[in-house]
Design a protein around this ligand. Structure first.
Ligand SMILES: Nc1ncnc2c1ncn2[C@@H]1O[C@H](COP(=O)(O)OP(=O)(O)OP(=O)(O)O)[C@@H](O)[C@H]1O
Ligand SMILES: [Mg+2]
Length: 294
């Protein structure tokens, strides 16, 4: 194993908020690590402390087994959750300016092609769309041909084509044995891209591992869907949980056979029954609950 990043008991307290409260994980070279969690869970704070953008309260951060130094700054690429681009510069000028800050540089034409910026080069930064800005920010994060890339919600607000395009870029980065740390609110994205995920809530990691393994360990295997509105009293008799949907109900039973038997006993029409495996979104809601965060 070749550990690129090792985080031990990381803590970041603000005066009134324990934003990160004892987070530990390790990331292997050439893998994609995903931090998931509700709004305010502490994802951005965690990665910005690791990046060295904000100071930590305590804990250890090791890059390739050593404390971060000038080499770390030279070898990482960062796409922030929110970034203001300089006004009065074109996309090409922005990219060139940013690239010139580094000793080690990506090939400019490859960067433009990878991030699909060819048609935007002469455009003023103030006149690009949200999705186009995301592509430019990604190109800026890759400008120094980084070994370790941090992407904080890189696909928020993107259309489905652009999102899949970013997935292709991440696969391409990984195929070159580079390491990616990303945050996302899209569970499908985490499942497609991440070798390991950590689910954070209230500043702590509450579950971590390969997505498939977490699903196997933490979720009962199935959900039962019915296009029937069923009385809550009946649902209350089935061990597990459930949610109402637009056309009926979805049940997450502890025991599938018992659930179906109870539905038959109650004379529920099962002609619209569907059974599907549980997914990462089900697991996320199970672990973090359904209440909105302050
Ligand atoms: N500069 C700051 N001063 C005080 N509190 C802060 C500061 N930055 C963040 N926080 C608080 O720390 C907590 C974690 O915030 P953080 O931005 O890390 O969450 P997040 O998981 O990235 O959320 P989101 O999904 O909304 O991006 C929140 O309660 C937030 O209000
Ligand atoms: Mg954030």
């Amino acid at each position: 194993m070749n550990t690129v990043l090792e985080i031990k008991n990381l803590v970041k307290f603000y005066p009134n908020v324990e934003a990160v409260n004892g987070v530990s994980f390790a990331i292997e070279k050439g893998t994609c690590f995903g931090l998931l969690g509700p709004n305010g869970a502490g994802k951005t704070t965690t990665i910005e402390v690791i990046e060295g953008i904000i100071p930590r309260t305590s804990g250890d951060i090791l890059y390739k087994g050593k404390k971060r130094d000038a080499r770390f700054r030279e070898e990482v690429g960062i796409q922030f959750q929110n970034t203001e681009l300089p006004a009065f510069l074109t996309v090409k000028e922005t990219l060139e300016t940013f690239r010139n800050l580094y000793g080690r540089k990506s090939n400019l034409n490859e960067l433009i092609e990878t991030c699909y910026l060819q048609d935007l080069l002469k455009q003023d930064n103030r006149k690009i769309s949200g999705g186009q800005k995301q592509r430019l920010l990604l190109a800026m994060a890759l400008a120094n041909d980084p070994e370790l890339i941090f992407l904080d919600e890189p696909t928020t607000g993107l259309d489905p084509q652009s999102r899949r395009h970013l997935w292709d870029i991440v696969h391409h980065i990984k195929s070159r044995k580079k390491t990616v740390v990303l945050t996302t609110h899209y569970m499908e994205e985490a499942q497609v891209l991440c070798d390991t995920i950590a689910i954070m809530d209230y500043g702590k990691i509450i579950a971590s591992g390969p997505p498939e393994k977490l699903l196997e360990e933490q979720c009962s295997a199935i959900a039962v869907g019915l296009n029937e509105h069923i009385d809550e009293k009946i649902l209350g008799m089935i061990p597990g949980s459930w949610v109402m949907t637009k056309t009926g109900v979805e049940i997450y039973p502890e025991d599938l056979n018992d659930c179906i038997k109870k539905l038959i006993d109650m004379n529920i029409d099962l002609s619209t029954l569907t059974i599907r495996p549980q997914n990462l979104e089900d697991l996320f809601l199970k672990l973090t609950g359904k209440r909105l965060r302050a």
